[in-house]
Design a protein around this ligand. Structure first.
Ligand code: SAM
Ligand code: SF4
Length: 383
C-alpha cells in the first residue's frame, strides 16, 4: 500500500514559557542570551530553504502532501502572512492534495480576527486552540497568558473567517483543579462550535518550573486517581455532546478527526521541518538539530540540519505498531502479536482492559478502563 505524505513544520517560539511545558520552544530573551539571531521575522526564509532541500532530497519519490501541521511553540507568533508564505512554498514545491488538511496550532491570545481571515484565505483548513481550562485559577497555575473567554472569541473569529474544523487542547488534573472546574470547562467546550478535542492529563516534566515547584512542595504532585476520574468525566461529557474517542487523548465529531495525527499513528510518511522536528520517510526516521541557533547556522551554511537518523528493524516496527495502534479506536490485529503477547492480551480481556467482542473478531481494542491503563498494557504486549 502506498503511504500518504504529510508535513510537520515546527515553530520554536513562545512569548513566555508555561511552567509545565518542555516542548522545544524558546522565548525571545532565551534566544538572545544564547547569542542567536534567529527570530520569528527571519524564520520562514529558513523554512523555505529547508522545504527546497527536502524536496530535492526526495527527488522522484516526492508526491502531493495530504496533511500539513504547523506546531510549536506558537506558530502564530510568526504572523499569519508568514505562515501563509511557508504553506504557499510547500504547495509550490510538493503540491497539495485537493482535499489537503492544513492545521495550525493557535494560542488564543496570539491571533486577531484578521489573522484568521488571512490564514483561511491562504489555504489553512483547521485551527487547534490551546485552551487548557476555563478556570482562571487553573490557567494561572499553568502560567497561561489568555483569559478563558478569549478562546471562544477566537473560535468565533475563525468560524466567521470560514474555517470548518476547530479543536481545543485541554489539560486536566492540575493540582488546584476541582471536578466542578473541569465540568464548567467541558460545559463551555460542548457549546462551542468545535469538532475536535484533545485532553491531556498534566504531566510534571523533569526540568520544568512546575517540577521545581512540586519538588519544593509549593504545588502538589497531580494525582493519578484524580486524573483517571477526570478522564471519565471528559469522556462522558464529550460523548453526550456527540464527540467520540478515536485515540486515547482525542475525541471528534464525525469527520472532525485530525488526519495528520492519524497518519502518525498509522505509520505513514511525513516531512519534519524546523528545529527538533522528526521525519519519517520510507522507513527512515530522522530528527533535526534541536536548538534554533544551531539549526539556523546549518541551514544558512547550505547543510542538512539533521541531528540523527535510524532505520527501524522489523521487530522495532512491530513494537511501534503495537504502541501506536493500541491507542487508537480500531486497535491492532491479534495476528501481529507473539504467542506470549497474545496470552497477555487474553488476560487483559479478562481484566476488562480489552474488548471481548473485538477480541473474538481478531482485534485488540481498548475498553474505557483499558484507555486509562493504555501505557502499561502496551508494554505487556510488546514482543
Ligand atoms: C505543543 S503544545 C502547543 C500549543 C500552543 N503553544 C498552546 O500552548 O496553546 C500542545 C499541547 O500540549 C499540551 N501539553 C504541553 N505540555 C504538557 C504537559 N506537561 N502536560 C500535559 N499537557 C501538556 C497542551 O495541552 C498544549 O496545548
Ligand atoms: S504556549 Fe504552548 S508551546 Fe509555548 S510554552 Fe506554553 S504550552 Fe509550551
Amino acid at each position: 500500500m502506498t503511504k500518504s505524505l504529510g508535513a510537520y513544520i515546527h515553530v520554536p517560539f513562545c512569548s513566555t514559557r508555561c511552567g509545565y511545558c518542555d516542548f522545544n520552544t524558546y522565548t525571545a530573551s532565551e534566544l538572545t542570551n544564547d547569542g542567536s539571531t534567529v527570530s520569528p521575522s527571519n524564520y520562514v526564509d529558513r523554512v523555505i530553504v529547508e522545504i527546497d532541500r527536502q524536496f530535492n532530497q526526495l527527488g522522484e519519490n516526492s508526491k502531493p502532501i495530504e496533511t500539513v501541521f504547523f506546531g510549536g511553540g506558537t506558530p502564530t507568533l510568526l504572523g499569519a502572512n508568514e505562515l501563509v508564505r511557508a504553506l504557499a512554498h510547500l504547495k509550490k514545491r510538493f503540491g497539495l492534495a485537493a482535499d489537503a488538511e492544513i492545521t495550525t496550532e493557535v494560542n488564543p491570545d496570539s491571533v486577531a480576527a484578521h489573522d484568521l481571515k488571512t490564514l483561511r484565505e491562504g489555504g489553512f483548513t483547521r485551527v487547534s486552540f490551546g485552551h487548557q481550562s476555563s478556570a482562571p485559577h487553573v490557567l494561572q497555575l499553568l502560567e497561561r497568558t489568555h483569559t478563558p473567554g478569549r478562546t471562544w472569541q477566537a473560535v468565533n473569529w475563525a468560524k466567521e473567517a470560514g474555517f470548518e474544523h476547530f479543536s481545543v487542547d485541554l489539560i486536566y488534573g492540575s493540582p488546584n483543579e476541582s471536578d466542578e472546574d473541569l465540568i464548567s470547562t467541558l460545559a463551555e467546550v460542548v457549546t462551542a462550535p468545535l469538532d475536535h478535542v484533545s485532553a491531556y492529563s498534566l504531566i510534571v516534566e523533569p526540568g520544568t518550573k512546575l517540577a521545581a515547584q512540586v519538588k519544593r512542595g509549593e504545588v502538589d504532585q497531580p494525582s493519578d486517581d484524580v486524573a483517571a476520574h477526570r478522564y471519565e468525566l471528559i469522556d462522558q461529557m464529550l460523548n453526550s455532546a456527540g464527540f467520540e474517542w478515536y485515540e486515547v487523548s482525542n475525541w471528534a465529531k464525525p469527520g472532525g478527526e485530525c488526519r495528520h495525527n492519524i497518519n502518525y499513528w498509522t505509520n505513514q510518511d511525513w516531512l519534519g521541518i524546523g528545529p527538533g522536528a522528526h521525519a519519517h520517510i520510507a522507513g527512515l526516521r530522522s530528527w533535526m538539530t534541536k536548538h534554533p541557533a544551531a539549526w539556523a547556522n546549518q541551514v544558512d551554511s547550505g547543510l542538512a540540519p539533521i541531528a540523527g537518523s535510524e532505520t527501524l528493524s522489523e521487530a522495532e516496527i512491530l513494537n511501534e505498531n503495537i504502541m501506536l495502534g493500541l491507542r487508537i479506536k480500531s486497535g491492532i490485529s491479534l495476528e501481529i502479536l507473539s504467542p506470549t503477547a497474545l496470552a497477555e492480551a487474553k488476560q487483559a480481556v479478562t481484566e476488562g482492559l480489552l474488548s471481548e467482542q473485538e477480541f473474538r473478531k481478531g482485534r485488540a481494542v481498548l475498553t474505557k478502563s483499558g484507555r486509562l491503563l493504555a501505557d502499561g498494557l502496551v508494554s505487556r504486549l510488546w514482543n
